[in-house]
Design a protein around this ligand. Sequence first.
Ligand SMILES: CC(C)(COP(=O)(O)OP(=O)(O)OC[C@H]1O[C@@H](n2cnc3c(N)ncnc32)[C@H](O)[C@@H]1OP(=O)(O)O)[C@@H](O)C(=O)NCCC(=O)NCCS
Length: 171
Amino acid sequence: MLAQSHPAAAASAGLAFTVVGHGVLRPVTPDDFSELSARLPSVLSGDWSVAALEASPYRQRVLVKDDAPSILLGFAEFYLVADECHLLEIAVWTELQGKGLGKQLLTAVLDEARAEGCTLCLLEVRRSNAPACALYERAGFVVVGTRREYYPPLEAGGAREDALLYSLNLT
Ligand SMILES: CC(C)(COP(=O)(O)OP(=O)(O)OC[C@H]1O[C@@H](n2cnc3c(N)ncnc32)[C@H](O)[C@@H]1OP(=O)(O)O)[C@@H](O)C(=O)NCCC(=O)NCCS
C-alpha cells in the first residue's frame, strides 16, 4: 500500500511543493547542486558533477524534511512526454534507506506525473537491484520487458547486466 500523499501549498515563487508524510518533494535549486554532487555518486552511477546537474534537461526533485527544506533526504530525476512519465533515477541516502522514504519519493513523483495528465510510468532497473525492484513492485509496477545486457558491468571485468522494464498504469 502506498503512503498517502496530498498536494499542499502549490506554486510558491514557481516552485510546486507536495507534502508526503514526513517528507516534502520540491524541485532542485542551484543551492542544492553542491550537496547533490557530493552525495549522489555513492548511491547512483553516472556523472553527478555540478556541471552535469546544471545541464540536465530532466525534472530534478529532492525529498526534504517537511520542517527543514534545506535538509535533503533523497533525489529523483524524470521526464514527462505526452501522457508518459519516464523515471530515470530515484535514490535515498544510504544511511536513510529502509525507512519508507523511497516510497514517499516515488509516490510524490507519481502524484506529480498524474497531476500533469500522465497515464503511464515507465522505468528501467538493473535486474540485480533488489531494493529498487522491491520498491517498484510494492508500488504496483509490473515487469513488461527485458533489455538484454543494457547496463555496463558494476565492476571492472564483470559482465554486462540486463535491465528490467517496469510499467505502472497511473489511471
Ligand atoms: C531503491 C531505494 C530508493 C529504496 O529506498 P528506501 O527508502 O530504502 O525504500 P523504502 O524504505 O521506502 O522501501 C520501499 C519498499 O521496498 C522494500 N525494500 C526496500 N529495500 C529493500 C531491500 N533491500 N530488500 C527488500 N525489500 C526492500 C521495502 O520493504 C518497502 O516495501 P514495504 O512498503 O512493503 O515495506 C534505495 O534503496 C536507494 O536509494 N538505492 C540506491 C539507488 C538505486 O538503486 N535507485 C534505483 C535505480 S535508479
